[in-house]
Design a protein around this ligand. Structure first.
Ligand code: DGJ
Length: 753
């Protein structure tokens, strides 16, 4: 079940130069430059982000000569690193505060900076990291508002191995009166033009993270979440791309927030035609009181720049998030093929039924059996028992330990579902601690999925959950945990906070969730954690730091999954995408798709099944066995390879999609082609591959293995040049399509000879 990761590729260097004469700072690696300067008036200006510029040159002239300070700056598109409101810049600010006297003006002037090798940790928040100081360099710039003695430190890390920069900010109250932070973004970018399309990932439950693209327009355009989690509706990510940018060509800039709570990602175009982009905690649902001497740190934003298309932008995020955001034992291990009982049984199971399912799964080569919701308290439906984390012996007479041991005796590992942050009104926990459920005293609490949310801002709640869940996880051989979160937060309020600090609630909730994750993953380092939130409602970089994989969506239909997995792959690596084969008719859309198509989609991620294995026919069991064997033999590439998108399920008539995973050394690739509806009399069509080596010869084989015309037309030895420049045939003859039917998929494996 454990295989070592591929070795890291060491490349060039990451440098940060300070030019005292021109007061410029230049961050650079093999791909990109990011340049800033102390302007004449002392503000920190932004000069450039883009392809690498020569070291040692000045780029100061990129700031307009006529700029002499804020007094004559009204309305001018000056580019700033951390803009404030109230002194002439009317665009959206990066930070806004309220001083003790009620005023809100903040003038941030450069005080000094430090350049250090590596990357310092961000206390209490998930963040990217390095394992060796050579992997990155970090710049910290100190800014100060003298009248209020507000000190802000901007942090920039440039990575050696990816075209990425991590940014965050630290606000310190060095004055003698309390300071109220109304907003503090993680990053702000001032770009010199507005000729961009805005790309974001949006949807809702069961159709999360579809790619949405629109032209940038004058004014503000944003996505956000006020829900207490990053949410199904929007993802904490946006990208700008040129109109002609495609997967392997053109400019794109991505900003992604390493955070799981309320966020804002926004682009503002002002009348001069420049663009300001900002990303950070959602200001609408945030305020933070800083007492004298106290400090507040924002989450981290990751900026990626690519001038070779969206594909390279995604690859940078994939590599960074897979290798330097995800942590722990499971970061580099290949993930087990699992079967989860949720869609197979829902709440209706017994130990014997589960074991029967596990036995069939074991016979097919499946490695991990996951018991989902319904094992605790008296939970026969979603109406009760959340919070009562003790086993229901009516269903599991031998307890979790008894079941887990019997599963292990079959030769499989055992995994368990939990939903720590919730409490049902019908539960012992609620009876004992009704005040632990989030709500405003004297007001009705809104139920969601018949449950309340626990106040994770209260340390005693986190302590309690750590204690009871440690008992569960320590009391049985548990190898995997699925951590769910099935509703959003309403009536936000914490009894632990005074009235003037209620604005801190949502962020403190997230800090509590992160603290619990930190403690549980620390106490149980061998357990593989998968995050989940009613499917993909909290699929974000913040949780990837603790749980290296996430349940992508409750939508398990293969065709719907094409759009979801495609969109998710804009930012997130295959090693993070939980993808399962479920039964037909599909439980979300009632669609019948072939078993092979369901697997061909789910292979591109962390593969598993989510159905009653005992209901499979002999023929289906055989197919499942072959699927598991296929996945295992290519799992290294399908989980850790480069992922290249070939044909978008959003393009044209939305009737097809294609993508591929390829090994780092370009010697093995797995290509997936999917056709939604069959169409009569198809014309010739060729699918050009990417990421191979033009000089190598590849043996092409089709999956499922067959002797049909299309397989015969493609199988054999082909040059990498041919596969990338001419492509694979997608139609072998006009008649061949007649046998396909709807919802058809075909994989091709290409292996260097
Ligand atoms: C929502 C998850 O996404 C499902 O996979 C399942 O775990 C249910 N919750 C259980 O309540």
């Amino acid at each position: 079940m454990t295989v070592a990761a591929q070795p890291r590729r060491a490349t060039g260097s990451a440098s940060i130069d300070w030019a005292p004469a021109t007061r410029e700072l230049h961050l650079r690696n093999d791909w990109i430059s990011y340049a800033l300067a102390v302007l004449e008036n002392g503000a920190l200006g932004q000069l450039y982000i883009g392809p690498g510029l020569a070291r040692g040159s000045s780029y100061r002239h990129l700031v307009p000569d006529e700029f002499h300070g804020f007094s004559n700056r009204l309305g001018e598109p000056i580019a700033l690193e951390y803009p404030t409101a109230g002194s002439g810049d009317y665009r959206v600010p990066a930070v806004s505060v309220e001083h003790a006297d009620g005023s809100t003006v903040l003038d941030l002037w450069y005080v000094g900076h430090r350049i250090v090798p590596g990357k310092p940790a961000i206390h209490g928040l998930p963040a990217t990291y390095v394992e060796d100081e050579d992997e990155a360099a970090t710049l910290e710039v100190d800014l100060r508002d003298e009248p209020s003695r507000t000190a802000i430190t901007l942090s920039y890390t440039i990575f050696r191995d990816v075209p990425a920069i991590a940014r965050s900010a630290r606000v310190r109250n060095a004055g003698s009166a309390p300071l109220r932070i109304c907003s503090a973004m993680s990053a702000s970018l001032d770009l010199p033009d507005a000729d961009w399309d805005l790309v974001h990932l949006s949807g809702t439950w069961a159709r999360e993270r579809h790619v949405r693209t629109r032209r940038l327009e004058l004014g503000r355009q944003s996505i956000s979440s006020p829900r207490g989690s990053s949410g199904h509706q929007h993802n904490p990510f946006l990208a700008l791309r040129r109109a002609d940018t495609v997967e392997d060509h053109g400019e794109a800039i991505g900003v992604s927030l390493v955070y799981s709570g309320n966020f804002l990602a926004e682009a503002e175009v002002e009348p001069f035609g420049t663009t300001r982009v900002r990303i950070g905690i959602d200001p609408e649902t945030f305020a933070w009181v800083l007492e004298p001497g106290a400090e507040f740190t924002t989450p981290e934003a990751i900026i990626v720049y690519s001038d070779v298309g969206l594909g390279a932008l995604s690859e940078a995020y994939h590599r960074l998030y897979r290798e330097r955001l995800a942590r722990g034992t499971w970061r580099d291990r290949l993930r087990p093929v699992l079967v989860n009982n949720w869609e197979g049984t829902y709440f209706d199971f017994t130990e014997e039924r589960l074991l029967a399912m596990a036995t069939v799964a074991r016979d097919a080569g499946i490695e991990l059996f996951v018991l989902d919701d319904g094992w605790f308290g008296r939970r026969d439906s979603d109406e009760s028992s959340l919070g009562d984390w003790f086993v229901d012996r009516r269903k599991l007479p031998g307890g979790i330990d008894g079941l887990a041991r019997r599963v292990e005796a079959l030769g499989m590992r055992f995994g368990l579902w939990i939903e720590p942050e919730m409490v049902s009104e019908r539960s012992e926990l609620f009876a004992a601690h009704p005040d632990w459920a989030i709500g405003v005293p004297g007001r009705m609490r809104t139920e969601g999925r018949q449950q309340y949310v626990l106040d994770m801002a209260r340390p005693e709640v986190v302590d309690h959950l750590f204690a009871v869940l440690s008992d569960v996880l320590g009391g049985a051989p548990i190898s995997y945990v699925k951590w769910d979160m099935n509703r959003y937060i309403t009536e936000p309020y914490s009894l632990s906070l005074p009235p003037d600090r209620q604005g801190e609630f949502f962020h403190r909730y997230m800090l509590g969730v992160y603290a619990l994750y930190e403690r549980l993953t620390g106490a149980f380092p061998e357990i593989l954690f998968e995050s989940c939130a009613g499917g993909g409602g909290r699929f974000d970089p913040g949780l990837l730091a603790f749980a290296p994989q996430a349940w992508t969506s409750d939508q398990t239909d293969a065709i719907e999954r094409l759009a979801i997995q495609w969109g998710t792959s804009l930012v997130y690596p295959l090693s993070s995408l939980g993808a399962h084969v479920s039964a037909v008719p599909n439980h979300q859309v009632g669609r019948f798709t072939p078993l092979a198509t369901r697997a061909a989609v789910a292979f591109f991620g962390v593969f598993g099944y989510e159905l009653d294995t005992t209901a499979l026919t002999d023929d289906e069991r055989q197919q499942v066995h072959e699927q598991v064997d296929f996945y295992k033999s290519h799992r290294d590439v399908l989980q850790r390879g480069r992922f290249l998108r070939l044909r978008a399920p959003f393009d044209g008539d939305r009737n097809q999609a294609a993508w591929m995973a390829v090994s780092d050394d370009a010697r093995r690739g797995i290509v997936g082609y999917y056709q939604v509806l069959n169409r009569p009399v198809p014309g010739p069509d060729r699918l050009r591959l990417r990421g191979l080596d033009r000089r190598l010869s590849y043996r092409v084989s089709a999956w499922p293995a067959g002797t049909d015309e299309l397989a015969r037309a493609n199988e054999g030895v082909r040059g990498g040049d041919e596969l990338m420049q001419a492509g694979l045939l997608l139609v072998a003859s006009r008649d061949e399509g007649a046998s396909r039917g709807d919802f058809w998929a075909r994989l091709f494996v290409v292996e260097a000879e």
